[in-house]
Design a protein around this ligand. Structure first.
Ligand code: GUN
Ligand code: ZN
Length: 432
């Protein structure tokens, strides 16, 4: 067992809708980590039970200890394929992404990539994610093997795509079903790993394959489903022409039974009122990927428009590497903030940090074991330094309340502000 001390911060609900009672801040706090990697005790250091007084301790002083960040949408095989100059989504996919992803059929490429990808997450305080892989079962094996070695709670799945992409990146409706079924049996529930049924998007799946995805969803109730939806205007037009019978883009997925309570749809920028109402009714979620939306010029996501009103839809946040510009959760939240300003509904730092922790944990079904600092959960933690650089220290000196500290951190922070990242109690931030 061991003890760490510092300022503790976590959320028990969305502070935007639930107010200050959802914010749990302890200025001089302590967390006791058990041999099982779970939090044995957390609270005010002054109230630390006597039996923990003699434990070996790491003191983080004034630094903030939060639940590890959780990213709800990114692409493992694009781990190094970011910052690629392209016109828009479909051009960028064809020109770079589909080329890079074909390499992942070779485990000699995918295995070191999995390690580098997870290192990059941990460098940025991210302890869990829902990630896309490629069509290759062996690439998913590489990702899950490496995540399992690190005890990380990672959700992913073999990508389903059988048309409108290079031959080297196509499966078939039948092989998608067969491979996914075998991989679910092999990985789902092993260690902290979860399988996600992963049709890439309606552009690259035939009707037969979407049908197969729906069959997988029916046969495996409760499994996560991830795909892309309504990201880019040309994409939406293409989907409308391919599926002429559909009411809209959402209706395509709906037809095949993919709107479930455990389905996450990346982007969802241009959804109509009908689509939002249907997603709300189904209990599905949308993942806001602001750095990607800005990078690819996809559009401005209206967070409040999506989360409130007569048809509220749950919203997560993700970096969407490599459409996204950065692994840093600070950058994702900073762009979520700037986009919220542009659409006229400013989000607070508390709401942003909630979405990056418990909010995403709930959407990914990881909240029983992660997302807060409560006893019993895994000690997946990120230790943040709001004064990590000379300029940040100067700005920090001006802060006079918790919100101001968090806001400056999210606007100015990068991986230098992540002092340590704990996964199931083990300090795993790469040192280089
Ligand atoms: N839509 C389908 N595939 C992708 C992808 O790899 N990245 C993004 N941003 N959108 C997609
Ligand atoms: Zn994506």
């Amino acid at each position: 067992m061991k003890r760490i001390t510092g300022q503790l911060l976590h959320y028990s609900d969305d502070p935007h809708s639930q107010g200050g009672a959802a914010i749990h801040h302890v200025e001089a706090g302590a967390i006791v980590i058990g041999e099982d990697g779970r939090i044995a005790w957390s609270g005010e250091a002054a109230r630390l039970p006597r039996q923990y007084h003699t434990l070996e301790s790491v003191d983080y002083g004034d630094k903030l200890i939060l639940p590890g960040f959780i990213d709800a949408h990114l692409h493992f095989p694009q781990y190094r394929m970011l910052a690629a100059y392209g016109k828009d989504l479909l051009d960028w996919l064809n020109r770079y992404t589909f080329i890079e992803e074909q390499r992942y059929g070779d485990p000699a490429i995918a295995a070191p990539a999995a390690s580098a990808f997870l290192d990059e997450l941990l460098r940025n305080g991210i302890t869990s994610c829902l990630a896309f892989s490629t069509i290759h079962p062996s690439a998913l094996d590489c990702l899950f093997e490496e995540a399992g070695r690190r005890n990380m709670a990672i959700a992913s799945g073999k990508t389903l795509m059988d048309c409108n992409a290079p031959d080297g990146l196509l499966d078939s409706a039948q092989s998608a079903y067969d491979d996914s079924t075998a991989l679910i049996g092999k990985w789902h529930g092993r260690k902290r790993l979860r399988y996600a049924i992963s049709p890439r998007f309606a552009v690259t799946s035939s009707e037969a394959q979407l049908q197969a995805a729906g069959t997988l969803a029916r046969e495996n109730p409760g499994l996560l489903i991830q795909t892309h939806l309504s990201e880019n205007k040309s994409e939406i037009e293409f989907v409308a022409s391919r599926f002429a019978w559909s009411k809209d883009y959402t209706d395509v997925y709906d037809r095949y039974g993919l709107l479930t309570e455990t389905a996450l749809f990346a982007h969802g920028i241009h959804l109509s009122g009908r689509e939002l109402a249907r997603l709300s009714e189904a209990g599905s979620a949308v993942v806001h990927c602001p750095t990607s939306n800005n990078f690819l010029g996809s559009g401005l996501f209206r967070l409040r428009h999506t989360t409130t009103g007569s048809a509220p839809v749950r919203v997560g946040v993700g970096c969407d590497i490599g459409g996204g510009m950065s692994y840093s959760m600070f950058d994702t939240l900073r762009d979520a903030y700037t986009v919220s300003q542009l659409v006229g509904s400013r989000i607070s730092a508390h709401e942003a940090f909630y979405r990056a922790t418990l909010g995403n944990a709930r959407l990914l079904g990881f909240d029983a074991d992660a997302g807060t600092l409560e006893a019993g959960k895994y000690a997946d933690l990120t230790v943040l330094d709001p004064a990590a650089t000379p300029l940040m220290a100067e700005r920090h000196a001006l802060s006079n309340d918790l919100h101001d500290i968090l806001f400056a951190l999210m606007i100015l922070g990068d991986d230098r502000a992540v002092t340590e990242t704990y996964v199931a109690g083990a300090p795993l931030k790469p040192q280089t």
